[in-house]
Design a protein around this ligand. Structure first.
Ligand SMILES: [Zn+2]
Length: 506
């Protein structure tokens, strides 16, 4: 037997046993099926009854998340638990707290039992939950328990027992039974923000897929503006979908939840957008939708390796948010232009504002994009204000680095390749192969596609704090920066004009 052949056999045995092990795990994963009802809407109390099954062992640990993926800050969700108990055959099972968000249940040999609790939901926020007499709204991270080690291998159902006048809006898959839904695993369960109430709902299509648009509470948009909103949302989603050769989901939900500003959060097949009220011009709701929808590729499917799998128990440090958020910002606005929802002048004016924004912040000389990404947990979503918050905005600088890369790749390849090719390549070669990416991977892919090394570029602009050379990149598109404004350069060539045309989709 040759060494090679022996090696092959050894690998085959490893592979088979790894497969058997995974299959065994899946069979033994504890399963949680949830029924959510209203304990007391005036007091903001949901009631949860959770059927736990497939339990093995003398104890079962259960945890509530301490953060919501995409909103990088630790929150004490478990502080809202009330009257937590586990019961089997009419008898309470012993339970004790093991950390601020976890409990250990003595199973007493039961393979199934129930967990019940009330949940105080009075935080209308993108990473929050709220129950009033008018509506229910939640990010599942606030209120669903998971079994540590089993966030990706166990499906569950969710049944809503709500007033007859209320409906459910969620990206979860519909299942048999009234107001019943199926989550493929815990990640999916808590990735679907949910609105319960009497809201306005419109549907439109993009590249053959159904797009649901929900505005809660209802009555905030005229029929004409609803038509415009549907058209704008379709156009921007189609522009993005065409870049990737299709849309990566069956259906998509845009959930506008009004009553408090602001912010929005990305999910695999939905977004929850918070606003004080729905804007009179629906165009103002489309920019945020474009950003969040682009995340359906960038960060919800194509993920930094450091976020795979999600760890709900603590901070998950990732140094690629300049790519996950900054490049999403870049494409969010670029597709508004490419979809024809604004003009080239509008786009360039906004670019000038962003450049002036970055250049006015001293921290850009001190905190690199990669470092700003790691330390985001200190200030994300409102931590700023109470701290010095001396950091670089990786949304803003990340977007401008995306712009520079796009123009430099176009220039290096005679406009045959662009950042679009980088995004597509990463999506196909990482997400579709089940792999996460690192900043180093992005650098390699950019260099490969451009046909020249971008090592210096990444060292200076992503991992370092060198000033961005805007004019070197803008000149490829016949533009230049003058007094913080992006304007037409002198003596623009046909080549530069052609590059600008394909870049901005003119
Ligand atoms: Zn984002």
């Amino acid at each position: 037997m040759s060494r090679l052949r022996r090696h092959f056999l050894f690998c085959a045995v490893l592979f088979v046993s790894a497969f058997a092990f995974t299959a065994a795990l899946a069979q033994t994963a504890p399963r949680l099926d949830h029924t959510i009802s209203i304990a007391d809407a005036a007091k903001h109390l949901f009631h949860f009854k959770v059927q736990v099954s497939n339990v093995t062992g003398q104890t079962l640990d259960i945890s509530l998340p301490s953060w919501t993926p995409g909103w990088y800050t630790i929150r004490p969700y478990a502080a809202n638990l009330i009257k937590l108990q586990a019961n089997a055959n009419g008898k309470r099972l012993p339970m004790r707290a093991i950390d601020k968000q976890s409990y250990r249940i003595e199973t007493e040999g039961n393979r199934s039992f129930t967990i019940e609790y009330d949940y105080f939901a009075n935080n209308l926020a993108v990473n929050g939950a709220e129950l009033t007499e008018k509506r229910g709204y939640f990010m599942g991270t606030n209120l669903f328990f998971y079994v540590p080690g089993h966030t990706t291998d166990s499906p569950s159902t969710v049944k809503f027992e709500i007033p007859d006048t209320w409906r459910v809006a969620t990206g979860l898959k519909r299942a048999e039974g009234k107001n019943t839904y199926l989550a493929r695993d815990f990640d999916n369960l808590v990735d679907c923000p949910t609105v319960l109430g009497d809201f306005d709902e419109f549907t439109t299509t993009a590249l053959g897929k159904t797009i649901h648009i929900v505005i809660d509470p209802k009555g905030q948009i005229s029929p004409e503006n609803a038509e415009k909103l549907k058209e704008y949302v379709s156009r921007v989603i189609e522009s993005q979908g065409k870049m990737f050769g299709g849309l990566p989901y069956d259906e998509y939900w845009v959930l506008f939840v009004t009553g408090r500003g602001g912010g929005a959060l990305e999910h695999e097949n939905s977004t929850n957008v918070m606003m004080p009220s729905f804007p009179p011009d629906p165009r103002f709701a489309v920019g945020v939708t474009s950003h969040e929808h682009f995340h359906a590729w960038n960060v919800k499917r194509l993920k930094p390796a450091a976020l795979m799998p999600y760890d709900y128990s603590k901070e998950q440090y990732v140094s690629e948010l300049w790519f996950a958020e900054g490049f999403t910002n870049y494409y969010g606005d670029l597709h508004i232009r490419r979809a024809g929802l604004n003009t080239t002048e509008d786009y360039l004016r906004s670019l000038g504002n962003k450049i002036r924004g970055l250049q006015s912040v001293e921290a850009r000389n001190w905190v690199s994009l990669a470092d700003a990404s790691i330390i985001t947990w200190l200030s994300y979503g409102g931590g700023a204000g109470s701290y010095a918050n001396f950091t670089t905005d990786y949304y803003n600088k990340g977007e401008l680095v995306g712009l520079l890369l796009d123009l430099e790749i176009r220039a290096a390849t005679g406009n045959k390749k662009s950042l679009d090719d980088v995004m597509r390549f990463l999506f196909d070669s990482f997400y579709k192969k089940g792999k996460g990416y690192t900043g180093g991977d992005v650098e390699i892919v950019v260099s490969d596609i451009a046909g020249r090394s971008f090592k210096d570029f990444f060292a200076k602009y992503v991992n370092g704090t060198a000033e961005l050379d805007y004019n070197a990149a803008l000149k490829h598109a016949g533009l230049r920066l003058v007094d913080g404004k992006v304007v037409e350069a002198e003596n623009v060539t046909d080549q530069q004009r052609a590059l600008r045309k394909s870049w901005l989709g003119e």
